[in-house]
Design a binder for this molecule. Structure first.
Ligand code: HDE
Length: 713
């Protein structure tokens, strides 16, 4: 029965009448049952092979007992392919799972030879290859790019003396002072253990429960609730080494150092409502932005800077430099810019490079050294350890992305899972005298050029203690809050209101309010008012906070660069629009470095006044204004009427307005502006006077508009 059906199956043109070929019949043909293959025969170099090199004749059909029969176990082509697929995934990173990366180079512009013997910091002009990965912390690998979260900022530099990984964040301080609290912090912020949600969000009970009981996190919370935690682009984030490190010169003299990356495009952020909407419109917003910028030749660039200070200077500070919940204000220890990083090449393969990249704070080079920061000390164990379960082998350093490319690496470590190297000879131990016997003896120690640890004098009893100098949890939180501009303070207070409003346990909200009063009474009052709660009694701090000198360097607002570089402008065009205005806006915006996209109700484009077709770069519903930094509405009367009937058109204009963006418009768009509640201000620009007036407001946000469109705490 089955066999006779086989013979008549549609598309099985050459299938025999019976599954059993007679001596005179050709063997059953297993070409596609249901369609033709679209492939032509491959030349020997192009042909698909198995992992063991056997050429594959048919990649469309598995081997069966008859055209409709069961598959055969002997089909090693099928088995190998399916088995490899079954194991394609590796465990995602326990934190920082969602990330995007690029290749580039580091270039030293000023030598630090007085302080360090690290070649990468002393050879001016030399370019060192690097790989940088940016990440969110809390969400899984498939989560969105724009949650409120800390961003990882990890840079692997393939120096001539080994890999130097500077594994930092876009925030210069951290939640906790001791590594032993890290698993608790991460458990608290990640999806709640019973529910499996929320994904990539700190706005939930367990996170704030932990924070309320951990006053040392308060400074970091100020940063995490600031606009820094909702960056506009990975290209517009500062990076910080966070922990204190040491530089060590030829004489083994040490200075302390904090590392900084400063983006050429300035530090820029989205708004919270905007970030939420971007998450829906383009979950890959940051990944796409980084990839497309590099693809277009707009290579992201950062200045590399150091804050250097001696032990005496450290001792004079009102906090402990080993405490990662503290920063050193730039006004106290200026940042010396000594180099730059440029990202100029996208990964060829996401998995092989971005996913398999293993960043290790223990990847350090001669001339740089750790400090005793108890958070850093824990990190020195964790990263190497986590790679063993993530990448599954002690040989993960042999993966191309992790290899020390700037220099050879050789030692007597041998074998292990997935060993790729084929060492020759019998010298697999040291010391050996095999060279005296005419054999290869292998590498030797280099007491002078090798990595040396700073000879830091240490003494003390074995204790589980936190130093008294770590006890002040609020002074720097206050410093951060009070150093912000009023608009940034309002955003920070509003973020706290938003997050705490998602906390169901009232006692947790009260505890946070009690703690916040140690930061700033005005802040605590605003948050309490926003929550509609009475302010509880202030909690007792371990150490009474002090008023430190403010640090304007900690602000973002007011420091956007005077340029459209890295920014995106949309021109929303309808049928009948004036092509001359489109051209003028495009030209003016591109002249300032913007990427300009034509958005139209139909992806095919719009027929302009005069009958010419203007091709669109994107369709309106798929390209809401949240994806752009500024928008221009170049429409006809009819086009305006159509847009007013379309929620995508209304949202486009309304959101641009409430997200404080510049809106250029032709007079025909006035009814749409009115319908969307757009009120005139410096950012609402009539384009009939020319495109130039649109450019200045497109470079920034219209902060003055915010009180009109949003209730801020
Ligand atoms: Fe990490 N962290 N971390 N971290 N971290 C990891 O290592 C850890 C901390 C940071 O793009 C893990 O390879 C501990 C501070 C970045 O691949 C893990 C502690 C800072 C990345 C780990 C910290 C960071 C990680 C997970 C407290 C800023 C992503 C996967 C003692 C200076 C790197 C992995 C990438 C990743 C442990 C705290 C930055 C589990 C125990 C502070 C940017 O090993």
């Amino acid at each position: 029965m089955a066999k006779s059906k086989d013979a008549t199956a549609p598309g099985s043109k050459s299938a025999p009448k019976s599954g059993k070929p007679s001596a005179s019949q050709a063997p059953p043909v297993t070409r596609p049952a249901g369609g033709e293959t679209h492939q032509t025969a491959a030349a020997p170099d192009d042909r698909i092979t198995t992992n063991h090199g056997v050429p594959v004749s048919d990649n469309q059909n598995s081997l069966k007992a008859g055209a409709r029969g069961p598959s055969l176990l002997e089909d090693f082509v099928l088995r190998e392919k399916i088995q490899h697929f079954d194991h394609e995934r590796i465990p995602e990173r326990i934190v920082h799972a969602r990330g995007s990366a690029a290749h580039g180079y580091f270039e030293l512009t000023k030598s630090l030879a007085r302080y360090t013997r690290a070649k990468i910091l002393t050879e001016v002009g030399r370019r060192t290859e690097l790989f940088a990965r940016f990440s969110t912390v809390a969400g899984g690998a498939g989560s969105v790019d724009t949650p409120r979260d800390v961003r990882g900022f990890a840079v692997k530099m393939y120096t001539r003396e080994g890999n130097w990984d500077l594994v930092g964040n876009n925030i210069p301080v951290f939640f906790i002072q001791d590594a032993i609290k890290f698993p608790d912090l991460i458990h608290a912020v990640k999806m709640e253990a019973d529910k499996g949600y929320p994904q990539a969000a700190s706005a939930h009970d367990t996170f704030w429960d932990f924070i309320g009981l951990m006053p040392e996190a308060t400074h970091m919370i100020m940063w995490a609730m600031s606009d820094r935690a909702i960056p506009r682009s990975l290209r517009m984030m500062e990076g910080f080494g966070v922990n204190t490190f040491r530089l060590l010169n030829d004489k083994d003299e040490a200075v302390f150092v904090k590392f900084h990356w400063r983006p050429k495009l300035g530090t820029q952020s989205t708004g919270w409502d905007e970030a939420v909407k971007i998450a829906g419109a383009d979950p890959d917003y940051h990944r796409r932005d980084l990839f497309e910028a590099i693809e277009a030749g707009n290579f992201p660039e950062w200045e590399f800077g150091v804050q250097l200070f001696t032990q005496e200077e450290a001792d004079a500070l009102p906090f402990d430099i080993l405490d990662a919940t503290k920063l050193i204000p730039e006004e106290v220890a200026p940042i010396r810019v000594v180099g730059r990083m440029v990202l100029d090449r996208n990964p060829d393969n996401f998995f092989a490079e971005t996913e398999q990249a293993a960043f290790l704070p223990t990847n350090i080079v001669p001339g740089i050294d750790f400090s005793e920061d108890p958070l850093l000390q824990g990190r020195l164990f964790s990263y190497q350890d986590t790679q063993l379960s993530r990448l599954g082998s002690v040989n993960f350093h042999q993966l191309p992305i992790n290899q020390a490319k700037g220099c050879p690496f050789q030692n007597f470590q041998r074998d292990g899972h997935m060993q790729m190297a084929v060492p020759k000879g019998r010298a697999n131990y040291e010391p050996n005298s095999l060279a005296d016997n005419g054999e290869e003896g292998g590498p030797r120690e280099d007491p002078k050029g090798g990595f040396r640890t700073a000879p830091v004098p240490l003494e003390g009893e074995k204790v589980r203690l936190r130093a008294e100098t770590f006890a002040d949890h609020y002074s720097q939180a206050r410093l951060f809050f009070r150093s912000q501009t009023p608009i940034e303070q309002a955003h920070l207070a509003s973020a706290l209101v938003f997050e705490l409003s998602k906390v169901a346990i009232e006692a947790v909200r009260l505890r946070i309010l009690a703690n916040l009063q140690n930061v700033d009474t005005d802040l605590a009052t605003r948050v309490a008012t926003g929550l509609g709660m009475d302010l509880p009694a202030k909690s007792a701090p371990a150490v009474e906070p002090q008023d430190l000198d403010l640090s304007p360097a900690l602000r973002i607002v007011g420091k956007y660069p005077d340029s459209l570089m890295g920014r995106k402008v949309a021109i929303l065009v309808t049928d009948g629009a004036d092509g001359a205005v489109v051209t003028a806006v495009k030209k003016a915006a591109e002249a300032e470095g913007a990427a300009v996209l034509i958005i139209a109700p139909k992806v095919g484009g719009a027929t302009l006044k005069g009958g010419k077709l203007l091709k669109a770069d994107g369709q309106l519903a798929g390209n809401p204004s949240v994806l752009f930094d500024a928008v221009a509405l170049v429409v006809s009367d009819d086009g305006c009427v159509q847009l007013m009937k379309d929620s995508a058109g209304i949202d486009f204009v309304h959101n641009a307005f409430v997200h404080l963006k510049a809106i250029g418009f032709t007079p025909e768009a006035q009814p749409l502006l009115d319908k969307c509640g757009v009120e005139p201000d410096a950012g609402i620009v009539d384009l009939s006077g020319g495109a130039d007036g649109f450019i200045a407001p497109a470079k920034t946000r219209q902060w003055d508009r915010e009180p009109k469109v949003r209730m801020l705490a």
